[in-house]
Design a protein around this ligand. Sequence first.
Ligand code: V47
Ligand code: SF4
Length: 390
Amino acid sequence: MFHARGYFNELGYAYKLGATCVLEALWALDGELREVADKVLKGRRLGPEDGIALYNSRDLLGIGYLAGLVRQRRHGKRVFFAVNRHINHTNVCINRCRFCAFSRTPGAEGAYTLSPAEIAAKAEEAAALGVHEVHLVGGLNPELTLDYFCEVLRRVRAILPAATIKALTAVEIDYLAQRHNLSVDAVLSALKEAGLDCLPGGGAEVFAPRVRELTCPRKISGERWLEVHATAHRLGIPTNATMLYGHVETVAERVEHLLRLRELQDQTGGFLTFIPLAFHPENTAMAKWGLRETTGFDDLKTLAIARLLLDNFVHIKAYWVMIGPRMAQISLGFGVDDLEGTVIEERITHSAGAHTPELMARLELVELIKTAGYVPVERDALYNVVREGF
Ligand code: V47
Ligand code: SF4
């Protein structure tokens, strides 16, 4: 049942907003969302049926309003961003996922692999720009060994001693473990020793085996992805999480994916942020299935629902490279508190037809945040504050 009066005792934020405003917003909610609103305002955990109700609702503003309340409770007006640099060390990949336009088979035209010296040169450029986060990911290239990655990490660490290094997805970690007949624990420990700070969230896609079979049949299972992240958390290596949405997955599969992440977060507390990734079909094997780019409606709803379902995630990040800087700015009012950074060079989404820029200057990000009425906070990959007050 929906009892508006009780909220004003339970939710300090309601007072700040002014009672009339909260009441008006809640009465305007889609009828089916009132029970969800009741739970959100009382700080109660949402279940799978709530996630499905949220996805099935067209009340985008109502959902955004609730996600905004939760965001406000946690972060007030602060919005986190990083001055970062993406480096994609190789596009050679034996997995060849059907949604990926970036990868090439070994020896194919356009295949590339950067040497540790070439990566070091990119790190030097990043140092000149004041980068505090390096994001290094690539394909599963049979020629690249654990030694290669340790050397790369050591060189980047030496060039950027104050930066944090977010490198290698769970898929790449699993591949290295198999290639060297080592445990995931041993691979992660060696990489940590060489300078790894945290893992990015890529490779999660959608955990449901049905979706993986259709879209990335050679990729590790969702269970294995969760296992690698659990091991990283146990070793004191925090990680990010993602969900690639807008292709063949159902609403129930999206909700299940989010709840699996929430379950692991309950156990380890090792996830830093969640980033929904909007599918870009161009140049992919899935383009001929008639799939289109995601809509702004779905992008905002997915970010807001993530904020509501993932009640134990501190940060929800909008990836402007995939949804565009304008939509990323609007998402700040829909539960998002974290924006992907300056990026500088991006190959994965741009290979799949993204029309967004490849980089954004620190000043542009700051302006984007400030003009929406929020307070920019520059962070590193571990969410240490680098600078506040722009
Ligand atoms: O794992 C591949 C996805 C991921 C396409 O952790 C595609 O901070 C859309 O994980 N359309 C890589 N997505 C990107 C990623 C990421 C990005 C930014 C920040 C962080 C973080 C992580 O991109 C892949 C895959 O899930 N992807 N192809 C495509 N056509
Ligand atoms: Fe390889 Fe990653 Fe592309 Fe899949 S998404 S083909 S694992 S690079």
